[in-house]
Design a protein. Structure first.
Length: 277
């Protein structure tokens, strides 16, 4: 069950042009990532006060204040339409950074990304909910944020409440909800979005085992309808059994891409390096 601090949000990205530069994107592909790098500055001994900052300026220190750190480095891969594509690796290897780049939350320092179709990301369920509002009012609020017409939302209220199993609490302010109820509402609202490409970041631990199975079925329905799912996960069983292909990251670089079982095998091997670059 998710805790209140783990509640996830949904960010939606509009349709993208199915081209990279002047070359048309392969019609069988949903996403194409080409030589993507995301760089940050890693500061050495940051100043703890304004006074210290001023002193350092006058001293004109010759040693650099920061070094370049690549959270992702020259990452390239493609995802086919209708594919379950898993992204795996140790904490700090760049998985979530990559997902944020795909979602359009982060802009890469170098490289290009192309996607064919609309993208939605299930990263933080329920972010943007107003705790003083009821479940139904928050559904309308979420719809307004995504510019959905009121009439279209009204026709889906019952379906969303039914999926979240909140019939007796639909008119109760969500501040009185348990973390599980809050997460169920967030998930139900999230899957109401019907994108071509769905980005998922380890969110299936929603509610009890029975409800988790319900969530899994929702994703199976996405696949049956030809949706593309890109999944960041630490669940190696899911990767080996459900993914069509897997990408293994190590220190921000692609170590392997291909057969999911082979990716899991490499990840579990003692030689796999988990230390940050």
């Amino acid at each position: 069950m998710l805790s209140q601090s783990d509640i996830n949000k949904v960010s939606v990205r509009a349709d993208l042009d199915c081209k990279v530069g002047k070359d048309p994107m392969d019609s069988s592909l949903a996403v194409s990532v080409n030589n993507v790098t995301v760089s940050y500055r890693r500061y050495h001994q940051p100043a703890s006060s304004l006074k210290e900052s001023v002193i350092r300026i006058f001293k004109r220190r010759k040693t650099p204040r920061y070094s370049q750190f690549n959270a992702l480095e020259d990452v390239s891969f493609s995802v086919k339409k209708g594919e379950i594509f898993a992204i795996i690796g140790s904490n700090g290897c760049g998985k979530s950074t990559l997902l944020k780049v795909l979602a359009g939350v982060l802009t890469p320092s170098a490289g290009k990304i192309s996607a064919c179709g609309s993208i939605a990301s299930l990263i933080e369920l329920g972010a943007g909910f107003d705790s003083e509002l009821t479940a139904i009012e928050n559904i309308f609020l979420h719809a307004a944020l995504h510019r959905k017409p009121k009439k279209a939302v009204e026709s889906k209220i019952s379906k969303i409440i039914d999926f979240a199993e909140l019939h007796d609490f639909a008119d109760t302010p969500v501040k009185y909800y348990s973390s599980g109820m809050y997460a169920r509402l967030g998930f139900a609202v999230a899957i109401d979005i019907d994108p071509d490409i769905l980005l998922v970041d380890e969110i299936l631990a929603v509610g009890d085992d029975r409800f988790q199975e319900k969530c899994k079925q929702a994703f199976r329905d996405f696949i049956l309808r030809g949706k593309t799912i890109i999944w960041v996960t630490h669940n190696m069983g899911f990767v080996a059994e459900q993914a069509h292909r897997a990408l293994l990251l190590q220190k921000g670089r692609v170590l392997y891409m291909g057969d999911p079982k082979e990716a899991v095998k490499l990840y579990l091997d003692p030689s796999y390096q988990t230390a940050l670059a």
